[in-house]
Design a protein around this ligand. Structure first.
Ligand SMILES: *Cc1c(COP(=O)(O)O)cnc(C)c1O
Length: 215
C-alpha cells in the first residue's frame, strides 16, 4: 500500500536538497507503482530481472527504471533495451556484458559502480583498490555516471555516517583519478536517507517507507 503522506514529504525533501528520489518497488504490485506514478513519481527501482521486465511491459513507457539488485551477467540482455540506470555494477565481467548488450541495442547504458562500504560480507560491490585499478575506458557503450553504496544494517548511526563519508570522499578521489565527470552519488534508504543526504548523497533509494514493509 502506498503511503501518500510520506511520499509527498520525502519527495519534497529530496527536491529541496537537489536530489533524486528512487521509489523502490520490489515485490510490490504494479498497481502501487501506477498509483505513485499518478502522484508524479517517475524514477522506480527494482531488484529482480523478471519482475522488472514484467512491470515495464505493463506500466507507462516514460518510467525511468533503475536496476538496484545483484545482477547476473546472463540476464543483462533482458533489461538492456529499456533500463535507465543500472546502479549495482559490481564486477568487470558485468561491465563487459552491459557494454556488449548496449551495443546490440544501439544505445549507451548508464551505470553506477557499486562500492562495498558495509561490514557485512553478504553485500556486493567493488572495494577501493579494485575501483582505482579499473580501466574505465574499456567500455565505450557504458556511461559511468557515479557510485552507489549501502551502509551496514545497524542502529549505530555513527558507523553508518562513517561509511557514507568514506564513500563520499572516495567519489571525489575516483573522479579525479579517472578524469571522468560523475554526477550521481546514490546512498541512503528508508532508515538512513536524511543522514545520507547530509553526507553528500544526491540520489536516495526508498522502499518500505513509501510502499510499506516487505514480507
Ligand atoms: C531494497 C533496497 C532499497 C530500499 O530499501 P528500504 O529499506 O525498503 O528503503 C534500497 N537499495 C537497495 C539496493 C535495495 O536492495
Amino acid at each position: 500500500m502506498v503511503n501518500e503522506t510520506l511520499y509527498k514529504k520525502i519527495a519534497e525533501f529530496t527536491k529541496l536538497n537537489n536530489s533524486t528520489l528512487v521509489a523502490v518497488s520490489k515485490i510490490k504490485p504494479a498497481a502501487d507503482v501506477q498509483k505513485m506514478y499518478d502522484m508524479g513519481q517517475r524514477d522506480f527501482g527494482e531488484n529482480y530481472v523478471q519482475e522488472l521486465v514484467e512491470k515495464q511491459a505493463q506500466l507507462p513507457a516514460d518510467i525511468l527504471w533503475h536496476f538496484i539488485g545483484h545482477l547476473q551477467s546472463n540476464k543483462v540482455k533482458y533489461i538492456a533495451p529499456f533500463v535507465h540506470l543500472i546502479q549495482s555494477v559490481d564486477s568487470e565481467k558485468l561491465l563487459k556484458e552491459i557494454d556488449k548488450q548496449a551495443a546490440k541495442n544501439n544505445r549507451k547504458i548508464n551505470v553506477l559502480l557499486q562500492m562495498h562500504i558495509a561490514e557485512e560480507q553478504t553485500k556486493f560491490g567493488f572495494d577501493e583498490h579494485e575501483l582505482m585499478n579499473l580501466d574505465v575506458n574499456l567500455y565505450p557503450n557504458v556511461h559511468i555516471t557515479g557510485l552507489m553504496g549501502m551502509a551496514t544494517f545497524t542502529e549505530d548511526k555513527e558507523k553508518v555516517k562513517r561509511e557514507f563519508e568514506q564513500l563520499q570522499s572516495f567519489y571525489k578521489n575516483f573522479e579525479d583519478a579517472k578524469k571522468i565527470e560523475l554526477n550521481t552519488l546514490s546512498m541512503g534508504m528508508s532508515e538512513d536517507y536524511e543522514l545520507a543526504i547530509n553526507c553528500g548523497s544526491n540520489m536516495i533509494r526508498i522502499g518500505s517507507l513509501l510502499f510499506g514493509k516487505r514480507s
